[in-house]
Design a protein around this ligand. Structure first.
Ligand code: SAH
Ligand code: F3S
Length: 440
């Protein structure tokens, strides 16, 4: 039996793709998953190219694997994900010991590609974009634990001026609604209690139904909420563009949908949003948040920010800070703008010093961290529903689980509670973690 080691970097879409590769190789082709690269026959790297650093990491990792291959030339090395699509043949040139290059849309072809490698220096590449073909080959994507992600659409058409995703993951396309519901029902039968619907812009979902109609995102959310066993629904990522009223309405009538939303803003300056080609204004963003608060008064919002985008002045940056305070974001992922080859932003004049960008990032992160702490403190004494995930990694005498707003809570409980929702009273608050007590 051949053994395979998979290393995954990047977004949740990549994690999902890697779980598809694992299921395919393990269940259909009888490979065994290994956790030790030195003892594996096949090494797979599922890569990310969203920022420069993520991409450089790939070649460092391949350098380490080259040493393993020097000792055992029979090892097959495969590189997939967004760096694979972006760099293509270049990977073979820079790392000639790599055997296979596959893309996010061709991962189902991997077993056949592996079988095609007969000699240590054979090479095969397929980074094409066959539409949704991978889902036809891997219908049910089994996942461990009590929370599972399900990809509902692939690719992106938005072409934000800084972003590589439309070039690396292909055009936006929605999976058929019934396939998604079937996959989630099987996950529920296998003990999954919480579902995270995945895509680059899930709110733009338009999946065909069995009777040739179109199912929009709001309808999909309601249909998922009807599946027995699924008691909590999240989604990542949505875009302020096309975040329509019908989606906001779901918050009024679907309690299984969490009171927590990740809605990437990127910048609080309308001038920068325009240069980013985000196609919404800060006012439009604010309107969505007001409507959401109307529908769910306790909703908490997290976001993504880019600082130091070409042309961002001190004044533009200050607008972002002011907006962060105004919306009172609960959390964020924030990054220094990274020049991505082939994107329109990479042609723009970028004359802000890197040190200045680092300073801005720190100010932004400190501002958000203060807000995160205040939100956590507000939870002190409240009763929270927790999905118990297992024994705490910090203290084996405690269990841990997550609140609706994604905070980890540790508490003393019985192993029987693992995989169930329980109510806890919050007794201690830190920035990202909480402690709680079971209420009788
Ligand atoms: N579909 C999502 C974003 C996916 S990429 C959306 O609509 O916003 C995840 C995050 O990475 C983005 O929100 C952005 O903040 C960041 N990002 C993308 N490209 C980047 C770049 N070139 N430099 C820095 N950060 C970037
Ligand atoms: Fe990237 Fe914008 Fe799409 S950030 S993933 S091009 S919505």
């Amino acid at each position: 039996m051949k053994t395979v080691y998979i290393k995954t970097w990047g977004c949740q879409m990549n994690e999902y793709d890697s779980s598809m590769i694992t299921n395919l190789l393990e269940n259909k082709y009888n490979y065994k998953i290994s956790h030790i690269p030195e003892k594996s026959d096949i090494l797979i790297l599922n890569t990310c190219s969203i920022r420069e650093k993520a991409q450089e990491k790939v070649f460092h990792q391949l350098g380490r694997w080259k040493k393993i291959k020097n000792k055992n030339p029979n090892i097959i090395i495969a590189v997939g994900g967004c760096v694979a699509t972006q760099e293509g043949q270049e990977i073979f040139k820079r790392a000639n010991y790599v055997n296979i290059i596959f893309g996010p849309q061709t991962l189902h072809k991997l077993p056949k590609m592996i079988q095609g490698i007969k000699k240590s220096d054979d090479s095969i590449i397929d980074i094409s974009f066959p539409k949704l073909e991978k889902f036809k080959n891997i219908f049910y994507n089994k996942q461990k634990g009590y929370t599972a992600s399900v990809s509902i659409m692939e690719g992106c058409n938005k072409y934000c001026s800084f972003c590589v995703v439309p070039y690396t993951r292909g055009q936006e396309i929605s999976r058929p609604c019934d396939d998604i519901l079937f996959e989630i029902s099987l996950l529920a039968e296998n003990g999954i209690r919480e579902i995270n619907l995945l895509g680059q812009n899930v709110n733009a979902y338009q999946g065909p139904t069995f009777n040739k109609k179109i199912c929009y995102f709001s309808e999909l959310l309601r249909l998922v909420s009807e599946i027995d066993g699924i008691d909590r629904i999240r989604f990542t990522t949505s875009n302020p563009l096309e975040f329509t009223d019908d989606i906001i309405d779901v918050y009024t009538d679907t309690p299984k949908l969490v009171s927590f939303l990740h809605l990437p803003l990127q910048s609080g300056s309308d001038k920068i949003l325009k240069l980013m080609k985000r196609s919404y204004t800060t006012q439009e963003y604010e309107n969505i948040i007001h409507k959401l608060i109307n529908a769910r008064p306790n909703i908490q919002i997290s976001s993504d920010f880019i600082v130091g985008f070409p042309g961002e002045s001190q004044e533009d940056f200050q607008k972002t800070i002011d907006f962060i305070k105004k919306i009172n974001f609960d959390m964020s992922f924030s990054f220094i703008y990274s020049h991505r080859p082939g994107t329109p932003a990479s042609e723009m004049i970028d004359d802000t010093k890197y040190n200045e960008k680092k300073k801005r990032l720190l100010i932004l992160q400190n501002t958000i961290n203060r807000q995160t702490m205040i939100w956590s403190q507000k939870m002190l004494g409240s009763i929270q529903s927790i999905l118990v995930e297992g024994v705490s990694t910090k203290n084996i005498m405690e269990l841990s689980g997550r609140t609706e707003n994604n905070r980890i809570v540790t508490f003393k409980g019985s192993p029987k509670m693992i995989g169930k929702f329980i109510l806890l009273k919050i007794t201690e608050a830190h920035t990202h973690t909480l402690k709680g007590q079971i209420i009788e």
